[in-house]
Design a protein around this ligand. Structure first.
Ligand code: TXA
Ligand code: MG
Length: 319
């Protein structure tokens, strides 16, 4: 069992000893370690059971610090950073002083300044940046509460810095550059519209185009139970012999085969739906049902990211 507490001092103590702990961010909880210590970084991969070809994001607390580990900061990247940091934006930039283990041998490092007061307080008191992948076993749903981390990884780590519920609930948007051309590699909580409003047109190379690239495995965020996404009433009829858990957007379904139902946002708010998505998927996964049936939400703003996560979470069930 890990200690769950809001003391930044304690978190600092463990990290300075090159131990791995969980930290809150505004997106999801991260499994954090000293980015400059090879064995601490290797432990992060081991705890998550994550393959070494899936690279890690490096977190810091101020813009100026990024120059400690990148050689080139294109002007469009700087414009994005100035607008969205601290916040749910990860930039892929040419690296220096960053071990190959972190970047899966790529010359680019992923960098982010998270927008969470405890994470920022902690990072500002450390002499090193932190690697922090989402604090879940590889391929499973990301954690948005300390208890999510504790239930799966608590036995491997001494401490979870308790920053409460993650207020966004979906991972950061990842943006890189091919020559001068900005490319979105992972849909996240900053919408494509906000990015194009800030720096003009972007290419989108989300998982569908990038299935073979490092860290871009299509199947991800998956619950243990089978998950199907589509027309809920039709799917409930098709699988009527199973105990079904439903994850709906705003409607309450009344089909007889429904055993448990979670509604992402009865008022139809995509922001609230995003915040609830991973928590509700976990609740359904841990309830006594046999299968989860969900529906896509309106494909706009953060709704596109919710749909991306639902599609990837259900990929194993389709295969
Ligand atoms: O919101 C977030 O980004 C959270 C919080 C904790 O900061 N972190 C997170 O990390 O989602 P993770 O490891 O679960 O996902 C990071 C993804 C990798 O799977 C990979 O696709 C991409 O970022 N990535 C990291 N470094 C990269 C690199 N050098 N080149 C290409 N992609 C990279
Ligand atoms: Mg992850």
């Amino acid at each position: 069992m890990a200690i769950i507490h809001h003391s930044v001092e304690q978190a600092k103590y463990f990290l300075n000893q090159n131990q791995v702990i969980a930290i809150p961010t505004e997106t999801v909880y991260g499994l954090a370690a000293n980015a400059y210590n090879a064995s601490a970084v290797q432990t992060v991969f081991q705890i998550k059971n994550r393959p070494n070809h899936d690279p890690l994001i490096v977190h810091t607390h101020v813009f100026e610090k990024v120059f400690d580990f990148v050689t080139n900061f294109p002007s469009k990247a700087q414009i994005l950073a100035k607008k969205f940091w601290p916040g749910p934006l990860t930039l892929l930039l040419k690296k220096k002083n960053i071990q190959n283990l972190i970047t899966a041998n790529s010359p680019q490092v992923a960098v982010r300044i998270p927008n969470h007061p405890l994470a920022l307080a902690l990072l500002s008191q450390l002499n090193f940046p932190l690697v922090a992948p989402s604090a879940n076993p590889f391929g499973y749903i990301s954690p948005t509460r300390p208890q999510h981390v504790e239930s799966q990884l608590g036995k491997y780590i001494p401490y979870i810095l308790d920053g409460g519920l993650c207020h966004i609930g979906l991972e950061s948007t990842i943006v890189g550059f091919q020559e001068e051309q900005p490319v979105v590699y992972r849909l996240g909580s900053i919408s494509i519209t906000s990015i194009t409003k800030t720096i003009g047109p972007v290419l989108i190379k989300n998982h569908t185009q990038m299935q073979k690239a490092p860290g871009m495995d299509f199947s991800h965020y998956s619950p243990k139970k089978k998950l199907y996404v589509g027309d809920i009433s039709m799917l409930c009829k098709k699988y009527a012999q199973y105990k079904i858990g439903v994850l709906s957007f705003k409607k309450n379904y009344t089909d007889k085969s429904i055993f448990v139902q979670k509604i992402l946002s009865p008022s139809g708010s995509l922001t609230i739906a995003a915040k609830n998505l991973f928590h509700y998927l976990r609740l359904l996964d841990d309830s006594g049902i046999e299968m989860i049936i969900a529906e896509y939400v309106p494909n706009q703003d953060i709704g596109s990211t919710i749909n991306d996560r639902l599609q990837r979470a259900s990929a194993k069930s389709i295969c």
